[in-house]
Write a protein that binds this ligand. Sequence first.
Ligand SMILES: [Zn+2]
Length: 306
Amino acid sequence: MIRIPRTVYEKFLRFALENANPLNSQDWKECIGLVLGRIMENEISVTDIVPIGAGTAVFVDITDYEKVFSLISFSRIEQGEVIVGWAHTHPGLGLFLSGTDIQTQRLYQKMHPKAFALVLDPMKVSKKFSGFNIYRLDEKKPHPITEEYYFDQEFDFLSVLESLTSELYLVPIPLIPATPVISSETEVSWKGINIMISGKTKVLMDQLFQVQVSVNLPFRQFVRLEYQIETDNMIENLFPLELAHSEFIFHETLTSGTLGIYTFRSKMIGTSYIRLKNIYLSDYQQKQQKMPELRLITQIREADSH
Ligand SMILES: [Zn+2]
């Protein structure tokens, strides 16, 4: 088993996020570090991950002793700390060992058979999952083996990531309804993503009412939603003025959120609709996929006379 302190995890996650802003998939860089620890009979106790660098070439030459020893002081070695492995990130790429990673890991295991490779994808962090795997090679087996690890304490990984992100970057705040007026909703599930348009289905003539558009993602990843709202000519929108021709972008990494709240005024008696149309999803690979339209039908009645 491998034991990891929460503080070491937070340190390496911070280094990963400094080089890959979860709110913006531009210029994500891979990071690398050396894992220090103590080797015991049945356990490796990790004590630190020392950042080495970030960039596109993350191969670390462990024969560069000068660099390695400049990173680790002799007092630490005296206290029994040794290099127990190496850690690097795959921002948005998933958890695995690439061909180069396997070659690097072979060198580490030559140095010490228990040395391991830690691979972290910060975009894989969830409430219950740290976002990293630990690997070792067994030459008798065709694929790297995933090793078990545990933390010195229990905590919510996602809130660690979120607080580090808001410490490092400006986090956009989703719109929160001031007075949510929601009486009915229509919902579609599209590629596992739940999109909901909700508002009153029965409104009085000349009455103001609100419509809320919200989204629930099945998992956490970089997602951008572009959409348009359209109404038939029986409803006049008040804000934004050019709503029917506007385009909105949702740029978040939260798994759920409100895209917007729109205020309308009912104009003509009869059946009317608010339609969410031309909605596109793009993930970090910039795939665009069109979804079916979603409409909220509203019945407009004459205002009660007083
Ligand atoms: Zn890699």
